[in-house]
Design a protein around this ligand. Structure first.
Ligand code: ADP
Length: 239
């Protein structure tokens, strides 16, 4: 079955992220996997949302669509006013570089550079001010003020994860996406990363979407969205 891409005309209001009737089907040679089966979601600017669900429920697929690194098979994804299903590749890559910041579990730090240099590089790549005071501020928000001159290998796992967050924040994204960033950390390090996400959320006012399979991590957010088999089964506001 070939799905046609629907182009709804309804306005999306002031939401930072809006998904309407979103379907994502992965097609391989003779196998089809329906990863998302009709997602309708509005996330307001400045919200801190956790997306939970078992492995295979569609969390990463959802995040990749919001990040503009993938397109829906059908439906509409609008982020910061840009309709990602219809946007040209250069517009989507500008969105990824400027508006949306994404932090993954695996680090993207340059091993030969100090933390401060890593942050400055990330800021410069995003076309943001990369001067030392600005970069030190980013590290301070994440509790890494004393670590600016260290290289990544000299940091603990939790510090490396916070450093990766600092690099993403250096690009001043208005939408911050995080994919299982506490998955490989012990509980103390995970707590330090979540504290850092909290501080970054408060300091920047960015919209935060945090994907996790851990209910305790999700409880730190303002709103929990649970996916099951590619559908939203819970959408609960905590505060
Ligand atoms: P989660 O992040 O919740 O673990 P995913 O979004 O990664 O879930 O996956 C949802 C479903 O889509 C799973 O059945 C997964 O196997 C499938 N899937 C994810 N990515 C691909 C891909 N690139 N090609 C084929 N199937 C995929």
């Amino acid at each position: 079955m070939e799905l046609t891409v629907a182009i709804p005309t309804t306005p999306t209001g002031g939401a930072a992220i809006s998904l309407r009737d979103v379907i994502r089907i992965y097609r391989e040679v003779d196998v089809e996997t329906i990863a998302l089966r009709g997602i309708d979601l509005e996330i307001e600017a400045g919200e801190f949302v956790a997306v939970i669900g078992r492995s295979g429920s569609g969390k990463s697929t959802l995040l990749n669509l919001i990040a503009g690194s993938d397109r829906p098979t059908a439906g509409r994804v609008v982020v910061a006013g840009i309709d990602l299903a219809r946007a040209a590749e250069d517009e989507r890559s500008l969105l990824r570089g400027r508006t949306v910041g994404i932090v993954y579990q695996s680090q993207n730090l340059v091993p030969t550079l100090s933390l401060l240099e890593n942050v400055a590089l990330a800021a410069a790549l995003a076309g943001r001010p990369a001067d030392e005071p600005t970069c030190r501020d980013a590290l301070e928000i994440l509790g890494l003020a004393e670590r600016g001159d260290h290289r990544p290998e000299q940091l603990s796992g939790g510090e490396q994860q916070r450093a990766a967050l600092a690099c993403v924040l250096a690009g001043h994204p208005s939408v911050l996406l995080a994919d299982e960033i506490t998955g490989e950390l012990d509980s103390a390090a995970a707590a330090s990363v979540l504290d850092a996400v909290d501080r970054a959320h408060r300091a920047t006012g960015a919209t935060v979407v945090l994907v996790t399979h851990d209910p305790d991590v999700a409880a730190r957010s303002q709103r929990i969205i649970e996916l099951r088999d590619g559908r939203v089964v819970v959408d609960q506001r905590l505060s």
